[in-house]
Design a protein around this ligand. Sequence first.
Ligand code: SAH
Length: 341
Amino acid sequence: MEKIDILSLTKDELAAEIEKMGEKSYRAKQIYDWLHVKKATDFSQMSNLSAQFRDKLSEKFCIKSLKIKKRLVSKVDNTVKYLYGLPDGEAVESVLMEYHHGNSLCISSQVGCKMGCRFCASTIAGWVRNLEPSEMLLQIYETERDSGRHVDSIVMMGIGEPLDNFDNVVKFLTILNSGGEGMSLRHLSLSTCGVVDKIYKLAELKLGVTLSISLHAATNEKRSAIMPINNRFNLQTLMKACDDYFKITGRRISFEYSLIEGVNDTDESADELIALLGGKNCHVNLIPINEIKERDFKKSRFVERFQKRLTDAGLNATVRRTLGADISAACGQLRRDDAEN
Ligand code: SAH
């Protein structure tokens, strides 16, 4: 019988499993603490449990781990990029970045991606599988172990579309919120290309998560040309969902806009963005596109000009600082290069 992935169990699920084994409920609390506070990697470390009970646990459950396949450390700042090997041999990326307010970790939510955004390396070879809650948590735990640094905030902007792995992502958030990190989910940003039905489901859970929308274009014609999701949920539907998310949760939305030469970086595109977002309580993050070798999209030369046009019109817009420029590889590129070797 396949062992249960114990790191993927919420507090309540673990309590139910331990109860089934005929043990007292405080035992479940102790185990949860070992897993998510002390970050034990083996049942033998759980010294306040009897040897007999630890044996029983290791027969029924497994504690998964990730393997560091690659670690790229920036020489210009403290950015570290990891390629993590998963138990089944697949791999995903995580990036540790240092800001004045602390360390932020960018994590992946799927192996590959179905969304098909034209400029994104993660989607080129398609979708392989969803990550388990444990595999999202372990990106944090392994990074803290390896780097000796505490992760203060998390961005779900690595490989995959988090809202396309909804149930596992919600479990991951639940464990993160009630585990040792005790992390308020205000310190977690979830980035989506715009899976509208799931934005509503997330809003209703009222987890306090900050939502980031990958917008990249402000008309349906331009957006559909680079992001297939726009054919399923158009801009009007998406903007309505954003307004509703704000109304339900009180959390301000962030919009990501990657500037691509000749595609979405003209004054006309800026004016379209102003027309779409003007008057909303939101923030626009401008990102010079990361060029990937499989596509011929080029970095825009008009980033500052575009930003000025937005801020002159009263929009709150900043250009994302480039971190780890010397190890910069577009999201998903490290995994692709590894697969080709
Ligand atoms: N699927 C989610 C999260 C992963 S992508 C989403 O779409 O939001 C994280 C962010 O990086 C998104 O804003 C995505 O559009 C952007 N992105 C993807 N490829 C990029 C590239 N080559 N250059 C710049 N940004 C890119």
